[in-house]
Design a protein around this ligand. Structure first.
Ligand code: ZN
Length: 227
């Protein structure tokens, strides 16, 4: 890949001592969430210390994301992520995956609910009326069998009517269609999120969860209220 001026790379430092090549991670658009490289570097180094061995072509789960190792000319392993596109496309970068995992963590912390990532390559059910709606409702039910690749999330418009027919959408595709919803996807089953052009409201088992003062969601809602 051609590195743009904003591109930034980090390399693990505790893999070689375990007989494993170090891993280079690339943020193609720079580091949008400060220190977020630590999440992935720590995950890689801890996995290797626990005995995991990686090679080109192998995949790595990070939260609900799937990354893939690639061989780099400098002798380290690189990491690729999938681009939300109709055809399968991978690029040597981790921007979207790391950003989504970080934002999902911030949202769960904001309302004091446990991080419950959707399974890698999971899907959600989308009512057609949600596609062009300004206000939408995300509802997570227990998906049952984790092998079924369902996240348990259902997306509809926020109107009280008989919602349109539902279709199955990969979570990855939601990153392209409605990126503002992705940060909420690690909230646990029992959660309902009402996302409006202004604030977003999180309900858990029927009770509204007020974002903690100063939290990521509190700040997001303040910004949305002002604009
Ligand atoms: Zn609807």
């Amino acid at each position: 890949m051609s590195d743009g001026p904003a591109s930034i790379t980090f390399v693990t430092s505790r893999c070689r001592v375990h007989g494993q090549p170090e891993v280079t991670i690339t943020f193609a658009d720079g580091l949008l969430v400060p220190d977020s490289e630590r999440l992935l570097l720590g995950h890689l180094e801890e996995s290797v210390a626990r005995g995991a061995r990686f090679s080109a072509g192998q995949t790595l789960a990070l939260g609900g994301q799937v990354l893939r190792f690639t061989a780099r000319a400098d002798g380290t392993l690189g990491l690729e992520e999938q681009v939300p596109a109709p055809t399968e496309q991978w690029i040597e970068a981790v921007d979207r995956s790391v950003r989504e995992v970080m934002l999902q963590k911030f949202i769960c912390e904001s309302v004091g609910l446990p991080l419950t990532f959707p399974p890698p390559r999971a899907s959600l059910l989308v009512a057609r009326c949600a596609q062009d709606a300004d206000a939408v409702t995300l509802t997570r039910v227990d998906a049952g069998d984790p092998k079924a690749d369902l996240s348990g999330w259902q997306l509809s418009c926020a109107e009280e009517h008989q919602h349109d027919e539902r279709f199955v959408l990969p979570v990855l595709a939601l990153s392209a269609l409605k990126p503002a919803l992705v940060p909420f996807l690690a909230l646990p089953p029992g959660t309902v999120v009402l996302v409006t052009p202004g604030p977003a409201h999180v309900f858990f088992e029927g009770e509204q969860r007020q974002p903690l003062p100063g939290s990521f969601l509190a700040k997001r809602n303040e910004r949305a209220q002002r604009s």
